[in-house]
Write a protein of this length. Structure first.
Length: 114
C-alpha cells in the first residue's frame, strides 16, 4: 500500500491556512495537480465533492468524487476516494505551532486492486 507523509511550516494562522484549504475553488492558485471541478459543492461530512487530479499539464485529468469522512474546521479534513483499480484516503491536518505559524500535514494512503 503506497503511503505518503509530508509536512510544512506555514507563516500564517490556522484560520488563514484552513481558509485556503477549505475554499477549494481557489486551489488552482497554489496547487498544480489537484483542483475543484464543481465550486457549488462545499465540503460536508459524509457527502461527496467533485475534484480532479493531473500529474503534469500534458496529461489528461482524472475526475473523482471523494467522500468527506472528517471535517473539523481548522483541525482536519479527510476523504476517501475510489477510481477503477485504486482506492485511497487523504488527510489534511493543521497544528498551531506559534503566533501566525501553522504546521500543515498531508497524509495519504492508497491501494491498487484489480
Amino acid at each position: 500500500m503506497p503511503n505518503l507523509y509530508t509536512e510544512i511550516e506555514i507563516a500564517a494562522s490556522k484560520s488563514q491556512v484552513w481558509s485556503a484549504l477549505y475554499e477549494k475553488q481557489y486551489w488552482f492558485k497554489w496547487n498544480t495537480f489537484l483542483w475543484d471541478r464543481d465550486p457549488s459543492q462545499r465540503f460536508i461530512l459524509n457527502q461527496k465533492v467533485t475534484l480532479a487530479v493531473r500529474r503534469t499539464s500534458h496529461e489528461p485529468e482524472t475526475v473523482f468524487q471523494p467522500l468527506i469522512q472528517t471535517l473539523k474546521p481548522e483541525i482536519c479534513l479527510a476523504w476517501k476516494s475510489e477510481i477503477p483499480g485504486f482506492s485511497n484516503q487523504t488527510w489534511f491536518e493543521l497544528q498551531e505551532i506559534g503566533f501566525n505559524r501553522t504546521q500543515y500535514i498531508l497524509r495519504y494512503s492508497g491501494t491498487h486492486y484489480s
